[in-house]
Design a protein around this ligand. Structure first.
Ligand code: ATP
Ligand code: 3PG
Length: 412
């Protein structure tokens, strides 16, 4: 395992460039799963806590901005619970004020002492935050114009939200000296490595999960960089269907996993198989639930009827993929190879992740859902080069698209 580390010639000014005793406004991404109205602890808290602790220990006054959910959805809640979880990870008190830039927020900011930490309310509760607009427009909003004069510096740690051109992400870098936080630096380095780094040996990409269009875009963008794409999940089944196997169909008329994605993507998938099929490895066996509720497996060549739902790649395929991983210099993961949340169907995802963990390769594991398999099956995150906390931003990086928040932060 080799760890991607920030380079000294960073694209950004970083915390190393920050003057002492500043009033800093810090954008985090604490967007989390919500259960019964409460945020659930996850990697994002642990990662951002390091940036926040570093700033507080250095004696800065630290004011935090973050968002949660979207208006109209169940996960659109206050950040009061987030402050408690973050405080546990930072090991210091994190005050919370249920206001973002009104009088209550401004008073709480003014009352903050050196080394103290304050989290403001969900940025998406401000009307000016969300509409996707250019940085100049966002910089002129009342939200940005009211908060900015209270601070000496803006620190952006929210790589995983950087694909959004929202006020708290792209407005402040235009009006305050802007710096990348530690999470921003590390995520940026790791997630752009596939395009930016030169690898001498085999470069492998493991792709699966439920979003076939994302997978196809990633494969098309990285076709000249990656030697082997190892496929699984829904995306893998759609490729098998294009290769003529009776898999990758919605069997339940209410389900919408395969057929609409097939309609959108089948011509592209057929072309990809015809033009560069040698780069693309498909499962040779698949797993399903038999009548006794047990995991059962079948060779793809023996599947004659479309009468079962497949929930994982088979054991032979998983071992073959693990061999490719062990022979790779770099491995990137986007999406799970099966429904790993059910232990019976975790074999593909876990076998491949364990192979990455034991191989001395450069590795990045991304996708909000997929990276949960690491702790769920007792693997040590330290055995991976980088486990990304980004979902949509990771996809955009892998498909070669610029991220508005990253562009706004880069040095002129
Ligand atoms: N054969 C399958 N049938 C149904 N679901 C599957 C199958 N294979 C994998 N999955 C599901 O794919 C999910 C992970 O893929 P997803 O497309 O959500 O990608 P991600 O990159 O991890 O997450 P995100 O894009 O949300 O950050 C897992 O929750 C897993 O249960
Ligand atoms: O959780 C995420 O991926 C980011 O916080 C972005 O959230 P959004 O998709 O609601 O904009």
């Amino acid at each position: 395992m080799s760890t991607p580390t920030p380079t000294s010639d960073s694209a950004f000014d970083t915390l190393d460039d920050l003057a002492p005793e500043q009033r800093v406004l810090v954008r985090l991404d604490l967007n989390s799963p919500i259960e019964d109205g409460e945020p659930q602890d996850n990697r994002r808290f642990e990662r951002h806590a390091k940036t926040v602790r570093e700033l507080a220990e250095a004696g800065h006054r630290v004011v935090l901005l973050a968002h949660q959910g979207r208006p109209g959805r169940d996960d659109f809640v206050s950040l009061s619970g987030h402050a408690e979880i973050l405080a546990e990870h930072v090991g210091r008190d994190v005050r919370f004020v249920a206001d973002t830039y009104g009088t209550e927020a401004l008073d709480a900011i003014d009352a903050l002492g050196a080394g103290e930490i304050l989290l403001l309310e969900n940025t998406r509760m401000c009307d000016e935050e969300l509409p996707e607009e250019d940085p100049e427009t966002k910089a002129e909003t009342e939200f940005v114009q009211t908060l900015a004069p209270r601070f000496d510096a803006y620190v952006d740690d929210a790589y995983s939200a950087a694909h959004r051109s929202h006020a708290s992400l792209v407005g402040f870098p235009l009006v305050l000296p802007a710096y990348a936080g530690r999470v921003m630096e590390t995520e940026y380095e790791a997630n752009t490595a596939i395009a930016a780094k030169e690898f001498d040996g085999r470069v492998t990409m493991v792709v699966g999960g439920t979003k076939a269009t994302d997978v196809i875009d990633v494969m098309n963008n990285l076709g000249d960089t990656v030697d082997d794409f190892l496929l699984g999940g829904i995306a893998g089944e759609l490729f098998l269907r294009a290769a003529g196997h009776p898999v990758g169909f919605d069997l339940d008329p209410d389900a919408d996993l395969y057929d609409s994605q097939w309609e959108t993507n089948h011509e592209t998938v057929e072309e990809m198989l015809a033009e560069r099929g040698e780069q693309i490895t498909l499962a040779t066996d698949l797993a399903y639930e038999d009548e006794a509720g047990e995991r059962a497996e079948i060779d793809v060549d023996e599947i004659e009827e479309k009468d079962v739902s497949f929930l994982d790649i088979g054991t032979d395929t998983a071992e073959g993929y693990a061999d490719v991983v062990r022979d790779s210099e770099a491995v990137f993961v986007k999406g799970a190879l099966g429904v790993f949340e059910d232990e019976r169907f975790s074999v593909g995802t876990v076998t491949v992740l364990e192979a990455i963990a034991e191989t001395d390769c450069f590795s990045v594991v991304g996708g909000g859902d997929t990276s949960r398999a690491i702790e769920m099956y007792g693997m040590d995150e330290a055995d991976f080069g980088h486990v990304s906390i980004a979902g949509g931003a990771y996809i955009r990086a892998l498909t070669g698209q610029p991220l508005a928040g990253v562009e706004a932060l880069k040095r002129e």
